[in-house]
Structures are given as structure tokens and as C-alpha cells.
Design a binder for this molecule. Structure first.
Ligand code: SF4
Length: 305
């Protein structure tokens, strides 16, 4: 069983931590959904538009001529609803926001999807239109080694569990430096069930590359590490979670005698809340017995202050 032994630094769009910093004085406390679990992390709220000195309340802004990437390539501009260009303010504020995240050593950023600034895969709140993703700050975040989570997924216990286990695995892997040549195989052994669940085909491809890896080829080793990290950013699905949970449970129960009345076969009907309870139960039981649970291979163990 592998563990992270420190608190994770998480940056978050300030309006998702309850600060009323949106252009219209709104904000939502999405961390309320995590209940006491939120105490496991150190939170760093930031509002890139407020740091751009646009203030609250302010005129909403929009990208003109392209997306956030285009903005940083000088191919798009940002205007407020009065038609005024606010490029200079935005460049300063968003660059400072990224500097802030680097200063606090943020491993993760929880972003508000749908914002022209913090949005990553959507820059409008109207579901029928994706806008022009990524947003201006989202574009900067995507270029960094920061694990990105949409705040709306904090509402769903199973989606949050999926993000949380991949986040631990991502950060743990990021911290591995492969001092010894064979460490990559141990790492792969730890993470492969999770990666297989996310994308079986890509996982098999990684296994194939590892079998052909030359001992001295550090560059290739780092490429494979990057490939695994990129896969860990991708969400799983309820079906895949159910199937892999059952596979892992059967293994743990046969090999170590782990038993739980809660765990159901993949074909049995249950709601999402029950599935979240199942994965949390196996996670808890395997942690207690110091067993590795393939679906959630990295846990967090904090030293008492
Ligand atoms: S989405 Fe980002 S820029 Fe917009 S109010 Fe929230 S924190 Fe500020």
C-alpha cells in the first residue's frame, strides 16, 4: 500500500469556495459537499478576474476572436459588456494568479466550468453551447503540471471519489524520480489496475513499451511517466468503476479473506450513492489491513501535528 504523507495544496476558483466574487456578487460553497473530508487538504482560493482589478460587481467579460489559447497568442481579445477591451488588466491578473498557485505549490486546481476565465472545457454556463474553451486562465492551467477538477463534480460522491483517487495517484507519480532503473516497473505495478480501468487500450500500450524499455533510457522512462500522468487526468465511468471494483474485491477476498456485505456484483442494480458507499468501504477495509486496493492504489496518511 502506497501513501502520500502530506497535505495536498489545492487552488480553487474563489467563487466555488463561497466567496461572492462573481461579476454579479454571486458565489457557491461547493466544499460543503465534501463535509469533513475537506480538512484533509490546504485550500488556496483565488479569483483571476478580481486579481485583474476588475472588482465586484463588474461588467461580465467575454473572449472575442478565439479561445483562451488564442488570447495568449495575441489572436483574440477580451472585452467587457460595455465593449471596452480589458486585455492589459487580464494579462496582469491571470499571470499573477498562476504565480500565486506556483508560490503555494498547488498540486491541484478546482475550477468553475463555464467561466470565460476559469473554464477549461466549457466557457459558457449555457449547456447548449460550449463557448470557446479553454478560458483565459484555463489555458494557462492546462500548460502546467496541475491536476484539474471541475467544481461541479464535487456534488456527486462517486465522481468526487473518482477524481480524488486519480488525484492522489497523479501527485504520487509526479513525485517519483526513478533513481533506480527498475522503479518504473514497481510504479506501474502499483498503478496499472487504475490505468487499465481508465483506458484498457492505452494501458496495454504502456505495458508493451515497458517490456521493451532499455535500462539506460531515462528519456523514454520520463515519457512513459508523462503518458501515465495524462491518462490519470481522465475520468472513469460508473460501469468501469463497478466492474473493476468487483474484480478487485474478488481478488482481495480470495487472497486476504477481505469480506463485506455491502459489495454487489456488477450486474446487480444499485444507485450511484450505493456504489460510492461500496468503493469507500473497500478503501477503508484495505487501508485498515494495509492492503493495496487496485482501484484506489494511493491513500493519504497524515502525521499527527
Ligand atoms: S469563475 Fe474564476 S474568475 Fe470567475 S468569479 Fe469565479 S474565481 Fe473569479
Amino acid at each position: 500500500m502506497k501513501r502520500l504523507e502530506r497535505k495536498i495544496n489545492i487552488g480553487i476558483s474563489a467563487c466555488q469556495l463561497g466567496a461572492k466574487v462573481r461579476y454579479n456578487f454571486k458565489g457557491w460553497d461547493m466544499l460543503g459537499y465534501l463535509k469533513r473530508e475537506k480538512e484533509l487538504f490546504i485550500w488556496h482560493p483565488i479569483c483571476p478576474e478580481v486579481l485583474s482589478e476588475l472588482g465586484v460587481p463588474r461588467k461580465p467579460i467575454r473572449l472575442v476572436g478565439g479561445n483562451g489559447d488564442d488570447f495568449w497568442d495575441n489572436k483574440a481579445i477580451v472585452k467587457n459588456s460595455n465593449g471596452q477591451q480589458v486585455n492589459h488588466e487580464i494579462i496582469r491578473g491571470m499571470t499573477e494568479s498562476l504565480e500565486f498557485l506556483k508560490r503555494v505549490k498547488a498540486d491541484v486546481f478546482i475550477y468553475m466550468e463555464g467561466s470565460p476565465s476559469c473554464g477549461v472545457y466549457r466557457t459558457t454556463l449555457k449547456n447548449s453551447r460550449l463557448g470557446k474553451p479553454p478560458g483565459i486562465f484555463g489555458s494557462l492551467l492546462l500548460k502546467e503540471n496541475i491536476f484539474l477538477i471541475p467544481s461541479s463534480d464535487l456534488q456527486s460522491p462517486i465522481k468526487w471519489w473518482d477524481w480524488r483517487r486519480r488525484m492522489y495517484a497523479y501527485i504520487w507519480l509526479k513525485e517519483q524520480n526513478f533513481e533506480k532503473a527498475d522503479e518504473i516497473y514497481e510504479i506501474w505495478h502499483t498503478l496499472k489496475f487504475l490505468v487499465q480501468e481508465i483506458n484498457r487500450q492505452n494501458a496495454d500500450e504502456i505495458g508493451r513499451k515497458l517490456s521493451m524499455l532499455k535500462t539506460y533510457d531515462f528519456q523514454k522512462r520520463n515519457e512513459i511517466k508523462k503518458e501515465i500522468m495524462d491518462l490519470l487526468r481522465k475520468p472513469s465511468s460508473t460501469e468501469k468503476i463497478k466492474n473493476m471494483l468487483w474484480k478487485n474485491y474478488k481478488y482481495l477476498s480470495k487472497k486476504y479473506g477481505l469480506k463485506s456485505e455491502k459489495i454487489m456484483e456488477p450486474s446487480e442494480l444499485r444507485n450511484i450513492t450505493h456504489l460510492a458507499e461500496e468503493v469507500l468501504e473497500i478503501e477503508k477495509l484495505s487501508n485498515l489491513e494495509s492492503l493495496s486496493f487496485g482501484s484506489s492504489p494511493i491513500s493519504i496518511m497524515l502525521k499527527k501535528d
